[in-house]
Ligand binder design. Structure first.
Ligand code: G6P
Length: 613
């Protein structure tokens, strides 16, 4: 997955492109490039590494122009080299940037080679550039670039969002989308394109969200959108709602730390349209939402990564509160099998970005099946997932920049808990007094999350103990098993320490063989009905010399387990404990990575939003 940006204006657009690429770096950051059109033709600069390297090269070269495109790459076809970096061109007549994967690129490459095209890169993108050029040479009217682009795109199989400029049309910016996201930014006398509105908030908050199959041509004063056959399409201008706060780390060293400490605010905002003074606001499900969901017997939850872990926690809530049988599955598996869809079953997909290719494919697949309805839970109001799901639920975490998800996860949990309780009420399992309890618990949550964050300096110290460890085990039981999985994922994502989570009761069936003085075992110990069982599991670890680090409820004493560290966390009891317990685990991963000196906000090989398969 990569990030693309384009701009056409009556001023130099290079600073806009560079700033946009900085904001898109979360989508990939192994190489970057820009190309601009001017009277002297097309000029470009490409560099390996982060956008700051490109910025330096562009300044040195004094690159400028009124119309241009830019790209930050996350390698899929070919290594991160200058040659493979975008933009790619053809015969110096056009430059193109691409996000996505062209599945029939080998066939097209061979065909184009027979027409004399020479490929310099290993990318699938270069195929698109040459293909457009090929159709340009075949076209009786070279001026009609839209038709030429439509013809070329008609030959592509796979996913793409592209931006193209031509040497002989120095103020025209072209774009198209199929599968991968692309948004048009609207401003007086200027036109923009980007993979994410975030990249454009520096210049406008007015967006037109392109749909699959849209092709757009922008000049400083005009925006024309057609489909692949040339039929005009109308995409209304919408104001982007998140505000331009994301690119700013404030006084924090990393976005991830800022986002961890933003969780009380993010949770409060997420609750604002879902919980009133004394009742759960089921209106947030939309006009027919509740009536569609009220009588379902089963729920299929599908997601990827951290969002998948949120789904795993939610299973416990939906089953225990609302008596709905739940299955939870990763999207990349679900989309390629033939799942049984029982009667009265709804589909729920969870995605922070709403653009994850596997999750979107799963949603589309689900829409062909006999589900009662589809629900999309997302953090980005304009995302494809929000547009395509029947029922939309939004977290209001604000833009999350750190690749390792934190506030998006806890706000997802908040909405999932709320939904389980809304369904419980609708099905007669929650009386007025119980509802009031739930409401009060949710209103108290932001403060509890803030309190959990106060353990930060203690966690910072204990993190030193993990820095040199190659492996780590995480244990939890019940609702806190998926919390342990998320803790392990955080640690491996940003500190590169191999970490696995187990339900504590499963320890003796294999992983106990790994436990010795070199194996830190991190446990999540809330004050719940499984505590005594968990204590026995911890005894099994300390008896083998394992180094226990426990995050325990304030009301729990675990002295007898000889833990190396026991950190007491307020609020780790009751239904909402998984949300509170996630905070120290996020902090632990953060500080281990900080002590190791890794690139915390942009861990190697990963990207924030995986818009390719
Ligand atoms: C990537 C990110 C993860 C994220 C996953 C799903 O792998 O690095 O942090 O959990 O995608 O993303 P989504 O936007 O669908 O929640």
């Amino acid at each position: 997955m990569c990030g693309i940006i384009g701009a056409t204006a009556n001023r130099d657009v290079v600073p806009i492109l560079i700033e946009g690429l900085h904001r898109l770096e979360y989508r990939g950051y192994d190489s970057a490039g820009v190309a601009v059109a001017s009277e002297s033709g097309l000029n470009h600069k490409k560099t390996v590494g982060q956008v700051s390297v490109l910025e330096h090269a562009v300044t040195e070269a004094k690159l400028s122009g009124h119309c241009g495109i830019g790209h930050t790459r996350w390698a899929t076809h070919g290594k991160p080299t200058e040659i493979n970096a975008h933009p790619h061109g053809s015969s110096e007549s056009l430059a193109l940037v691409h996000n996505g994967i062209i599945e029939n690129h080998s066939v097209l490459r061979e065909k184009l080679m027979t027409h004399g095209y020479v490929f310099v890169s290993e990318t699938d993108t270069e195929v698109i550039a040459h293909l457009i050029h090929f159709h340009l040479t075949q076209s009786p009217s070279a001026e009609d670039r839209l038709t030429v682009i439509q013809k070329a795109l008609g030959e592509l199989e796979g996913a793409y969002a592209i931006a193209v400029i031509f040497a002989d049309m120095a103020d025209h910016l072209f774009g198209a989308r199929m599968g991968s996201p692309l948004v048009v930014g609207v401003s007086s006398g200027e036109g923009y394109l980007a993979s994410d509105p975030l990249a454009l908030l520096q210049v406008t908050d007015q967006m037109r969200y392109l749909e699959n199959g849209d092709v757009v041509v922008l000049t400083p004063d005009e925006c024309t959108i057609t489909d692949l056959k040339g039929k005009q399409q109308v995409r209304e201008v919408e104001r982007f709602q998140h505000g331009d706060q994301a690119a700013d780390k404030g006084s924090y060293r990393h976005f991830m730390l800022k986002e961890i400490f933003e969780q009380p605010r993010a949770i409060k905002d997420t609750l604002s349209d879902k919980v009133g003074q004394s009742r759960l606001l089921d209106e947030a499900l939309g006009v027919d939402g509740l009536s569609m969901l009220k009588d379902i017997e089963q729920l299929h939850i599908v997601a990827c990564g951290t969002s998948f872990h949120a789904g795993l926690v939610a299973k416990y809530w939906f089953e225990s509160k609302a008596n709905i049988a739940v299955s939870v599955e990763v999207a990349s598996e679900y989309r390629y099998r033939d799942p049984c869809v029982p009667e009265n079953c709804a589909f729920l997909c969870i995605s922070q970005s709403g653009e994850t290719a596997d999750t979107l494919a799963a949603l589309r697949y689900a829409k062909e099946k006999e589900y009662v309805t589809t629900i999309g839970l997302c953090n980005m109001p304009g995302a494809t997932l929000v547009r395509e799901a029947d029922i939309r639920l939004l977290t209001h975490a604000g833009i999350e920049v750190g690749v390792a998800s934190t506030k998006a996860f806890t706000t997802q949990l908040v909405v999932l808990f709320w939904l389980a309780q809304v369904m419980s009420k609708a099905r007669g399992h929650l009386n007025k007094a119980q509802e009031l309890n739930v409401v009060q618990g949710l209103h108290a949550l932001p403060d509890q999350v803030a309190l959990a964050g106060e353990q930060s300096s203690m966690i910072e110290k204990l993190a030193f103990d993990l820095v040199d460890k190659p492996h780590c085990l995480f244990l939890g039981r019940g609702l806190h098993y998926p919390v342990a999985m998320e803790g392990a994922l955080k640690l491996k994502e940003i500190s590169y320490i191999h970490a696995e989570a187990y339900p504590a009761g499963e320890l003796k069936h294999g992983p106990l063989a790994l436990v010795d003085e070199q194996m830190p075992v991190i446990t999540v110990a809330p004050d719940d009905h499984l505590l005594e069982k968990l204590k026995s599991n911890l005894q099994e670890v300390s008896a083998r010399g394992g180094e226990l680090i426990n995050f325990v409820s304030k009301s729990v004493s675990l002295d007898e387990t000889d833990a190396k560290h026991s950190i007491q966390v307020e609020g780790m009891e009751g239904d909402l404990s998984p949300i509170v317990a996630s905070i120290p685990l996020q902090l632990l991963a953060y500080y281990v990575a900080l002590h190791k000196g890794t690139d915390i906000d942009r861990p190697r090989n990963l990207a924030k939003s995986v818009t390719v398969e």
